[in-house]
Design a protein around this ligand. Structure first.
Ligand code: WTA
Length: 648
């Protein structure tokens, strides 16, 4: 890989990093690839030196495929490494610049953040939360989400953050799976000037699951809510007399740091388990290397803490590097379409990390919006969450990066915990639309069904060949699913990422998108099966097949093919009702774009709905051989219906 990376510099055409960027970059010696490849364990061990350990590890890696343990015997605390370690040099440095949608600003220095975190950690302790208890966090992008996560980490209670826009039912499913007894939420939050009634969603959702004993409620919007006696308490009241120091719990390297639910191929979301040591080492290292993070940077990652990016590259990676973060609560077009550029100008943001859907939206709105502001403080810009098309990449580079900021297109997943394929901005020549090369220490390949590497330019499946420190350890409470989803595809030791990809002649990776039944709407992961199980729970629906249709703006949108129960009439009202039903049961970000009624769906002889065929139909592509279907004529009928929608 190292040699390849070197060669690539010579013979490819692309964007070379500007010379002055290279000169000052934290990593600018391509030899890092060779060193890491020759001895990945030593490479990670060397980087583990960036973390403060209470006890050093005995061994770096134990690999009993598909299970890995890292930094075995090492003891540390993640919160300590994000906050306390910065006190020596950065006590008064700003850790968080928070901006509310309405323009409110709250800043925290490292010292202040530590105090708040300790106070909240003591609140949790006072409620009886102990090491190992899973705490559910259901908060929007307000400072309390970060404070809650770090307080959990401090006392060794793994957190499970549920994206605030999920419905109360989705929240309840996740609480149920995690067996969580304590929930942290807020009264409401602001989206395009409207109040989202978060606490109401909680009350509806947790009524059914009956697990939660205590709910801590942040007063954020001041909207009226009901507090349930004996269960609900206000954050500010709980914090009032809480002590501002709290000893961090000494955690084992392999103790669980958090659970993150994500959609997969079955109806229920799976709890991805991340542990402490390996995760902290790699998020710290990759944040530094990929974003070239320096002490004076003002770093803004627009991701939400409800997703993995908000864990690795908003909280743990940046704070463990002593960074100043910007957090913004609201929508990019509120009050107007220049909000992001206004934020960058006012806070002098130097690094921006956002998603392709956002970039394509900005592109649609036009360059006049960023041009209204001085965004010349930017020196590096990144992208994550979905494939970025070359057109959007070039627009981003030209209009936001002013043609001089390196663009880092970073490929990774909830399961990988860390960035896996990405340019190193001081080394890699970038090609628009390619995530470029695996980062040092990572070995990736594009394989066929049998596990053989495909030729350059050919489509195949993206695979990771060797273990890495922040890899998913298991699926919470479902080891079988862990094996089935990621490992049995080939040989039980090669990780199946679920993405299609190809490699070009220079060894650069081009990610095509999901090959399993995961749909990526604006970068949000939604499972076909999860969606279908919600639709069929509606009294009018007999069967449903849900697939992603490619979309210029959002990457993919949701197409639902639905068979109604006998005697139920198709109507536009019912379409609207089902749309609202899906929205209520999952969340507004999962609104289906189209609901297509059909008397039948493409099925195998054994009655299994063929999503592959439906996906081809939705995307007006050739569904291939359909002769094995129960009724091949269904395909033509659905093609016609889909065509009619498009022309309508
Ligand atoms: C997709 C998000 C292309 C991919 C960090 C992956 C990408 C899924 C990229 C994981 C990228 C993420 N280029 N595709 N740079 N980054 N993806 O778990 O399909 O929410 O499998 O993690 O997002 O989504 P997840």
């Amino acid at each position: 890989m190292g040699e390849k990376a070197n060669q690539s510099q010579k013979d490819i055409t692309g964007f070379r990093p500007p010379e002055d960027f290279v000169r000052n970059a934290i990593v600018n010696d391509p030899d890092i690839y060779r060193r890491a490849e020759e001895d990945p364990e030593s490479f990670w061990e060397e980087n583990a030196g960036g973390i403060e350990w209470y006890r050093k590890w005995d061994r770096v890696l134990e690999w009993e495929p598909p299970h890995s343990k890292w930094f075995i015997g090492g003891k540390l605390n993640a919160c300590y490494n994000c906050l306390d370690v910065n006190l020596d040099q950065h006590a008064d440095k700003t850790a968080i610049i928070w901006e509310g949608e309405n323009g409110d600003i709250r800043n925290y220095t490292y010292k202040e953040l530590l105090e708040e975190v300790c106070r909240f950690a003591n609140v949790l302790k006072g409620m009886g939360v102990k090491k190992g208890d899973i705490v559910t966090i259901y908060l929007p992008m307000i400072p309390e989400v970060v404070i809650s996560m770090l307080a959990c980490a401090r006392i060794g209670a793994p957190h499970s953050v549920v994206f605030a826009a999920f419905s109360g039912d989705s929240l309840a499913t996740r609480i149920g799976n995690a067996n969580s007894r304590v929930l942290i939420t807020c009264d409401g939050y602001s989206r395009r000037g409207k109040i989202i009634e978060q606490k109401n969603k909680v009350d509806d959702g947790i009524r059914s699951c009956g697990l939660i004993d205590q709910v801590i409620v942040v007063r954020h919007m001041g909207n009226e809510i009901t507090m349930k006696d004996g269960r609900d308490i206000w954050w500010h009241e709980a914090m009032e007399n809480s002590d501002s120091s709290c000893e961090p719990e000494v955690m084992d390297s392999e103790d669980m740091l958090f659970l993150m639910y994500t959609s997969g191929t079955t109806g229920k979301p799976k709890g991805i388990v991340h542990t402490t040591g390996g995760y902290m080492v790699t998020t710290q290292t990759t944040t530094k290397f990929v974003f070239d993070l320096k002490n004076e940077d003002i770093y803004w990652c627009t991701a939400d803490c409800g997703w993995i990016t908000g864990h690795s590259y908003l909280v743990y990676g940046p704070l463990s590097n002593g960074t100043t973060l910007v957090i913004y609560e609201g929508a990019p077009d509120y009050p107007d379409k220049d909000r992001y550029w206004d934020i960058i100008e006012r806070h002098k943001v130097t690094i921006l990390y956002t998603a392709p859907t956002a970039i394509r939206t900005f592109m649609k709105w036009g360059a006049s919006w960023p041009q209204m502001h001085d965004i010349s403080t930017l020196r590096l810009i990144g992208s994550v969450g979905e494939p970025i098309n070359p057109g959007a990449w070039l627009w981003y580079h030209e209009n936001i990066g002013m043609g001089r900021c390196p663009v880092v297109d970073t490929w990774w997943q909830t399961e990988t915990g860390m960035i896996m394929i990405s340019p190193l901005p001081g080394i890699t020549t970038t090609k628009p639309g390619s995530a470029t090369l695996p980062i040092p220490g990572i070995k990736a390949a594009v394989l066929d069904d049998k596990g053989n590497e495909v030729a350059p330019g050919q489509d195949g499946y993206l695979a990771i060949l060797d273990p890495w420190p922040s890899m998913v350890r298991t699926v919470f409470g479902n080891e079988e699913r862990f094996i089935e989803t990621y490992w049995i595809k080939w040989d039980n030791k090669t990780y199946f990422a679920g993405d299609g990809a190809k490699k070009d002649e220079d060894g650069y990776f081009w990610i095509i998108g999901r090959v399993d039944d995961v749909i990526k709407v604006s970068g949000h992961r939604i499972g076909s099966a999860e969606f279908e199980s919600i639709l069929v729970s509606h009294p009018s629906v007999a069967e449903a097949g849900v697939v992603g249709k490619e979309d210029e703006l959002r990457g993919e949108v949701i197409y639902s093919y639905v068979t109604l129960k006998s005697g139920i009439e198709e109507s536009n009202e019912l379409k609207k009702e089902l749309t609202a039903y899906a929205e209520k049961n999952i969340g507004p970000f999962a609104r289906p774009r189209q609901i297509i009624f059909s008397d039948d769906l493409p099925k195998t002889r054994s009655g299994k709905i063929m999503r592959r065929v439906l996906k081809a139909i939705a995307n007006e592509k050739d569904p291939g051989d359909v002769s094995t279907l129960q009724d091949p004529a269904v395909v033509e009928m659905l093609k016609e219906k889909t065509r009619m929608l498009e022309s309508a």
